[in-house]
Design a protein around this ligand. Structure first.
Ligand SMILES: [Zn+2]
Length: 64
């Protein structure tokens, strides 16, 4: 079984880090990048990550 880890490092910035501990692959998403993909070439999996900052959360329907 492979477990993927999603971490939010402590600190003022609100980025997140996605990791595949089995293969030591990791991708860090900087704050402001609301969407990104993490890919582990050994697993052959691509994971799409969407980051929603609840501080400025709005109903997406209102933005269209
Ligand atoms: Zn992997």
């Amino acid at each position: 079984m492979t477990t993927y880890e999603i971490e939010r490092p402590d600190g003022p910035e609100r980025g997140i880090r996605v990791r595949c501990p089995d293969h030591d692959e990791e991708t860090e998403f900087q704050p402001g990048h609301r969407r990104g993909t993490f890919y582990c070439s050994i697993c052959g999996f691509e994971i799409e990550v969407a980051l929603h900052d609840t501080l400025d959360w709005r109903d997406m329907g209102e933005q269209c």
